[in-house]
Ligand binder design. Structure first.
Ligand code: GAR
Length: 197
């Protein structure tokens, strides 16, 4: 059984998709051991508790320095003996020590077709604003391994989504989530858990 930790910062719809897929058997051989958020107000924490999963908040704001936060974050993650760390809308940069220790064991979902609209400054709604501004007709989502760069690690899965006339960033964000993110993130976990990668 793959021991999974999910890192979140916000609403947690991707976390929900993972939990639902585990419950309905779409994802097998994997279990979420802990959900960790940097944001005490993240609804994702509530979603975890609703499923009887340990929900932990570690806010950088409560630490004296970034280094102290990084140290506590790594220590907390280590406690759960995780095989896979899933960044599901986690908007904190992963400390280098954690990337080294968990190499090829951290995956991230990004709401565009990497290498478009990714890297520093591209997160959440900003990604979809940029896609609409550029006028692309296709966008999508990407699941990739996390390395030292920003959205630069090896790509695991991608799924394209059409941009439609009249789209706002919010409408496009929702379509990318529904048609791509909520499918390929659970699928990537299933593939890793079942050694299909
Ligand atoms: C998702 O769209 C995810 O792809 C994005 O944040 C959202 C979180 O939503 N992540 C990034 O932009 C990372 N660069 P959720 O909390 O409802 O899953």
């Amino acid at each position: 059984m793959l021991r999974v930790g999910v890192m979140v910062s916000g609403g947690g719809t991707n976390l929900q998709a993972i939990l639902d897929a585990m419950e309905n058997g779409t994802v097998t051989n994997a279990r979420v051991e802990v959900v960790i958020s940097n944001n005490p107000g993240a609804y994702a924490l509530e979603r975890a508790r609703n499923h009887g999963i340990e929900a932990v908040c570690l806010s950088p704001k409560t630490f004296d320095s970034r280094e102290a936060f990084h140290e506590a974050f790594l220590k907390k993650v280590d406690e759960y003996d995780l095989d896979l760390i899933v960044l599901a809308g986690f908007l904190v940069t992963i400390p280098e020590a954690m990337i080294q220790k968990y190499r090829n064991k951290i995956i991230n979902i990004h709401p565009s077709l990497i290498p478009s609209f990714c890297g520093v400054g591209y997160y959440g709604l900003k990604v979809h604003e940029a896609a609409l501004k550029r006028g692309v007709k296709l966008t999508g989502a990407t699941v990739h391994f996390v390395d030292e760069g920003m959205d630069s690690g090896p790509i695991i899965l991608q799924k394209a989504v059409e941009v439609l006339p009249g789209d706002t960033p919010e409408i496009l964000q929702r379509r990318v989530m529904e048609e791509a993110e909520w499918k390929i993130l659970p699928q990537a976990i299933h593939m890793i858990a079942n050694k299909e990668l």
